[in-house]
Design a binder for this molecule. Structure first.
Ligand code: XMP
Length: 501
């Protein structure tokens, strides 16, 4: 079937990913020849079509840093004060591979007991001591576990034991190679980086240097060469102040976060951002119909998020009756948006590489992931052990826990669902646990490689080529019966080990 026959002439209603397959094409290249270069807005290009959701169990600064290092982009959630969100954006922008730009810093009155606690809880010592106990304070010394090992009294202040003399430091602006040289010669574990006035600006650690990876796909702003980052806002009047703080912090793209984007509030917000901050791109949404899309594009949206109620933690379709199966939503919205050069992002319900391939084949330019990333080391929050398995929290931003501000984050999230004035809360999401899956530095390359192979099977070498091939009818689709879906799954085993990566 062509995309028209599959989606637009299909009289059976909306389709989702499991309803169909892509038919294979002709292979005359190896997977490494495939490029996943894409655009997520009119102006923002990435080397991989991966975005992380603005949710408080998914994207804070750590997630955004690693998403950008690995070729995608993270969208920092707004269930926090505007200042806290802007600070997270700044941390991503400050990040330099190999340098710790947000180190633990002590003041002279911190104690030996605290050094030992950090060593025990977080596995490192070698803590810089500054006059105000913070980054950007004047560097006075450095305290390591060696300085405290023979001291019995844990209340002894670090000022009595820290190394003050012959501190080896590096000047601000030094590159990794130069810093590496100094660190090797000094035979120390940590190298503080200081500015002209002796203020601490970063720290370099020998152990980090040794496991330092190269990130050839990193998403960097073309001018500043800093990592790219996005941040979400709502559509209330005070979100304008938030937006300005985020833009001042260096945010590359603003995402207007709403489950139903076709509103006067959002249209006014897009127009305001475009008039006030013309250099920053705006991703609007969410949308699932052409009519919604038309309004947001007319208002000036540079990119669009597609999806309503299809997310893994979402119950919007059940509770509100509104929504649309994601595959149909993508095909309808992307066809329309592509005519105006506005890239689209499939959001909610992406559970595996196959869903990503289908999203891209239906016309999307990127995918946004919530639950798939909530179990990684880089998501916010600690992991829990239950029955020998490690878990992390994941919750919809319309869950009661998120709206009331209980659990992992004590701020109340109400803007996404226009629920700030409700006397009674109506949940549009659930809250729970997902299995911990280790670092994004392993998981994203797994997704990336999976996509390269899928593109090879389809016989296309890039996302634009895939889009063209679908529109021309060369790449075709086929509906799956429920028996066919069962055939595509694992069959006939008594037991098996399901290892995905
Ligand atoms: P996945 O399936 O990747 O979905 O976990 C992430 C996306 O889900 C949306 N989202 C919600 N939708 N109720 C909803 O109906 C909620 O409480 C909720 N929280 C997040 C959002 O689009 C996100 O990117």
């Amino acid at each position: 079937l062509s995309i028209d026959q599959l989606i637009r002439q299909n009289s059976q209603g909306g389709l989702t990913f499991n309803d169909f397959l892509v038919l294979p094409g002709y292979i005359n290249f190896i997977p490494n020849e495939v490029s996943l270069d894409t655009k997520i807005t009119r102006n923002i290009k990435l080397k991989a079509p991966f975005m992380s959701s603005p949710m408080d169990t998914v994207t804070e600064d750590q997630m955004a840093i690693y998403m950008a290092l690995l070729g995608g982009i993270g969208i920092i959630h707004h269930n926090c004060t505007p200042e806290a969100q802007a600070e997270m954006v700044r941390r991503v922008k400050r990040y330099e591979n190999g340098f710790i730009t947000d180190p633990v810093v002590f003041g002279v009155n911190n104690t030996i007991g605290e050094v030992l606690k950090i060593k025990k809880d977080r596995g490192f010592s070698g803590i810089p001591v500054t006059d105000n106990g913070k980054l950007n304070g004047k560097l006075l010394g450095i305290v390591s576990s060696r300085d405290v090992q023979f001291r019995k009294d844990p209340s002894t202040p670090v000022s009595e034991v820290m190394t003050r003399e012959n501190l080896v430091t590096a000047p601000k602006g030094i590159d990794l190679e130069g810093a590496n040289e100094i660190l090797k010669k000094s035979k120390k574990g940590k190298l503080p980086v200081i500015d002209g006035e002796g203020r601490l600006v970063a720290l370099l650690s020998l152990t980090d240097l040794m496991k330092n990876q190269d990130f050839p796909n990193a998403s960097k702003s073309p001018e500043s060469k800093q990592l790219m980052v996005g941040a979400a806002i709502g559509t209330r009047e005070d979100d304008k102040v938030r937006c300005t703080l985020l833009v001042e912090a260096g945010c590359d793209v603003i995402v207007i976060d709403s489950s139903q984007g076709n509103s006067k509030f959002q249209i006014d917000m897009i127009k305001w951002i475009k008039a006030t901050h013309p250099k920053v791109d705006v991703i609007a949404g969410n949308v699932v119909t052409r009519e919604q899309t038309a309004n947001l594009i007319a208002a000036g949206a540079d990119g669009l998020r597609i999806g309503m109620g299809s997310g893994s933690a979402c119950i919007t379709q059940e509770v509100m009756a509104c929504g649309r199966p994601l595959a149909t939503a993508i095909a309808q919205v992307a066809e329309f948006a592509n005519k105006f050069g506005v890239p689209t992002i499939a959001d909610g319900g992406i559970q595996n590489v196959g869903h990503m391939v289908k999203s891209l084949a239906l016309g999307a330019h990127a995918v946004m992931m919530g639950s798939l990333l909530a179990g990684t080391t880089e998501s916010p929050g600690e992991s829990y052990v239950r029955d020998g398995q490690r878990y992390k929290s994941y919750r919809g931003m319309g869950s009661i826990a998120a709206m009331e501000g209980t659990g992992v984050n004590e701020n109340a999230s109400t803007g996404r669902y226009f629920s700030e004035n409700d006397a009674v809360r109506v949940a549009q999401g659930v809250s729970g646990l997902v299995v911990e899956k280790g670092s994004l530095t392993r998981f994203l390359p797994y997704l990336h490689t999976g996509l390269l192979h899928a593109f090879q099977d389809i016989g296309v070498k890039s996302i634009p080529e895939l889009h063209k091939s679908v529109v021309s009818g060369e790449t075709r689709f086929e509906i799956r019966s429920s028996a066919a879906i069962r055939e595509g799954d694992i069959q006939g085993f008594a037991t098996y080990e399901k290892r995905l990566y």
